[in-house]
Ligand binder design. Sequence first.
Ligand code: 13P
Length: 248
Amino acid sequence: MARRKIIAGNWKMNKTPSEAVKLVNELKPLVATEKADVVFCVPAIDLIPVVEAVKGSNIQVGAENMYFEESGAYTGEVSPAMLVDAGVKYVIIGHSERREYFAETDETVNKKVLKAFEHGITPIICCGESLTQREQGITIDWIRQQIKIAFLNVTADQAKTAVIAYEPIWAIGTGKVATTEQAQEVCKAIRDCIAELYNKETAEEIRIQYGGSVSAASAPELFAQPDIDGGLVGGASLKPDFGKIVNY
Ligand code: 13P
């Protein structure tokens, strides 16, 4: 079965609501394609205007984070129901920046993944190793552990609709993109891990992205790898280059 490519932008903490609408209007014609799913993951405060701005286009909107409780005394958090009501279809979970600066753990990632599925939001589940881990040769073991905990109590039917983003931490925002061989090797290991946890069909259906300094130049070769089903793009998703990446 041929998996449909999915190319998502992660805007991180960039663009005010009015800047966001302007950027969407600029990028809309550049990312128009029938060939791949295109997702803009934007800051929480930009979600409502961006959902409005993408109406009638092929762009779907994702959040960059959400909380794992339904509602209540969690000052500053955004609930899954809020995202659904706003028209949000995807949510990035466990980005390495959230793990590093906001104390996210494999356990909170798992709670959020379960909650996203409960609400019909597709999680983009992030994993990735540090430079030290790569140099110590423990990349695959580390990624397998992240994946196994993220998917605890997730059913096979849910898992096959998930998106996993493999983002080596040393490649994020550094301009130092992983080689296609490195990226393919880990994405394949992730698929093998899903096959072990579930079965072959689930592993064949789940989509695995590469992220980390993806550019218009590096996208074509990366996305041609058998186990790489698209990308999670940071810096380049804020520029017209994102159109080139989508139309790699
Ligand atoms: P860059 O594309 O800016 O390296 O960021 C990657 C990333 O973290 C996407 O989530």
